[in-house]
Write a protein that binds this ligand. Structure first.
Ligand code: GLU
Length: 471
């Protein structure tokens, strides 16, 4: 860690800074900040002829709403402080986008690349069994999801283990989200975080007066972007920004290094190149400019750090040339680098807003699982028939005809992916507007991050107050 203060402490500091712009009583601010439950686990797994002790955590940061919600990460960086900080960010994230959950996070301190699929399965199942034993998982208790180093495969193992231990529980499929679509998952969850980053960015750059302050034109089309990390979040952000927003990706970095091409890099082709060669270095037309952090310093309109925390520190903050930073990863800018960037006039879209798309679609998945039916199953046919009758009348009254293709487009109900994406789009736009209003209403608020924390804290505190704990 290049930052000298702990990650959890730095989240607390942001919250304290925001609290000054609210009238939330001091004791309630302390309660909002506190981690409600921390589970520390050690269990053995067999590797060859020996054993290894696996270090794992699950933290439920806030019980003001239940269940608690948040991903599980597999990374060597995992420790209690990191998981506590990430769980806290989940609390503020869920509140900000009106996802009615408390925040949680889990972590296993491993590099998944060092284990076989079978060993990873053993680790995941054992971890799940420990959570079940401690009553730390369940549709109404705490609902994990993917995070760095995990994906639908791990979620399917978690579900299967849970169901084996909780046989007959009617809502068991809602005990985890981010599952494969064929295993009670929801379409659109895999790309939801990246898609949410795109919607948030598009909304942000649509305000001409805000863009003017940055010396930018309004509108997403033609903006230049640099992406750090081509994992799930980074690659989907880049692909969707390129395809749906006409954004030009001028720089990319991965663990092997950074590449630059001011003429634009086709991300799908780059991903295919990396799959084939094992590296982004040498991609046709691009220049190799240095290590994994080099791309962060490239000139661009939008910088998207989508890897891990602590990427922009006091060492490189002064060299950042981007006008907007979208924190697709959690905590990519350290607390001491943040003021350096603010002073330079960089607009930072904070992690707990801009990457909230994942948990938003997890919420839709959870709702789908609890309802035990697919969205639209009851009403789609009914709507189709009703729209058809209206269209028939229009045809009758106007004497004009409608082509089969137009009839199909005008009468059909939304598919699951369309409903998910529209719910996600609305969520990201609404939350941005709330943050922007708060920012405008309190002239003293220094930056968007603080404004976003103010929005979240107001919602969390009113939940506590309506519980009657803090009259
Ligand atoms: N791990 C993701 C996050 O940091 C998603 C959490 C979820 O879907 O519950 O927001």
């Amino acid at each position: 860690m290049s930052s000298h203060i702990s990650f959890f402490k730095s989240v607390e500091n942001y919250v304290d800074k925001a609290a000054a712009f609210t009238d939330i009583p001091k004791g309630l601010v302390e309660q909002i900040k506190a981690c409600n439950l921390v589970l520390q686990i050690r269990f053995p797994i067999r590797v060859g002829n020996d054993y290894q002790v696996i270090e794992a955590y699950r933290v439920q940061h806030s019980h003001h709403r239940l269940p608690t919600k948040g991903g599980i990460r597999y990374a060597e960086s995992v420790d209690q402080d990191e998981v506590m900080a990430l769980a806290a960010l989940m609390t503020y994230k869920c509140a900000l986008v009106d996802v009615p959950f408390g925040g949680a996070k889990g972590g296993i301190k491993i590099n998944p690349a060092n284990y076989t699929t079978e060993q990873l399965q053993n680790i995941t199942r054992r971890y799940t069994a420990e959570l079940v034993k401690k009553n730390f998982i369940g549709p109404g208790i705490d609902v994990p999801a993917p995070d760095y180093g995990t994906g639908p495969r791990e979620m399917a193992w978690i579900l299967d283990t849970y169901q084996a231990l909780r046989h007959g529980e009617v809502d068991s499929i809602a005990c985890v989200t981010g599952k494969p679509v064929t295993q009670n998952g929801i379409r659109g969850r895999a790309e939801a975080t990246g898609r949410g980053v795109f919607y948030g960015l598009r909304e942000c750059v649509s305000h001409a007066e805000d863009m003017k302050k940055l010396g930018l034109e309004k509108g997403i089309a033609g903006k230049t972007m640099v992406v750090q990390g081509l994992g799930n979040v980074g690659s989907n952000t880049a692909i969707i920004s390129q395809q749906e927003g006409d954004v030009k990706i001028v720089g990319v970095s991965e663990r092997e290094g950074s590449i630059h091409d001011p003429n634009g890099i086709d991300i799908e082709k780059l991903l295919a190149f990396r799959k084939e060669t094992g590296s982004i270095i040498g991609y046709p037309g691009s220049k190799h400019i240095g290590d994994a952090r080099a791309a962060l310093e490239l000139p661009c309109d939008i910088l998207v750090p989508a890897a891990l925390e602590n990427q922009i520190t006091t060492e490189n903050a002064g060299k950042i040339q981007a006008k907007i930073i979208a924190e697709a990863a959690n905590g990519p800018v350290t607390a001491d680098a943040d003021p350096i960037l603010q002073k330079k006039g960089v607009l930072i879209l904070p992690d707990f807003y801009i990457n909230a798309g994942g948990v938003t679609v997890s919420y839709f998945e959870w709702l789908k699982n609890l309802s035990h039916h697919r969205f639209g199953r009851l009403e789609n046919r009914f709507q189709h028939n009703a729209f058809g009758r209206i269209l028939d009348k229009v045809v009758e009254f106007t004497g004009k005809s409608v082509s089969d293709r137009d009839r199909e487009l005008l009468t059909r109900g939304g598919t699951e992916i369309e409903l998910v994406n529209s719910g996600l789009e609305d969520t990201m736009i609404t939350a941005y507007q709330q943050i922007r209003e708060t920012f405008k209403q309190h002239p003293g608020i220094p930056d968007v991050r603080t404004a976003a924390f103010v929005c979240s804290m107001k919602k969390i505190s009113s939940d506590y107050i309506s519980m009657g704990i803090f009259p």
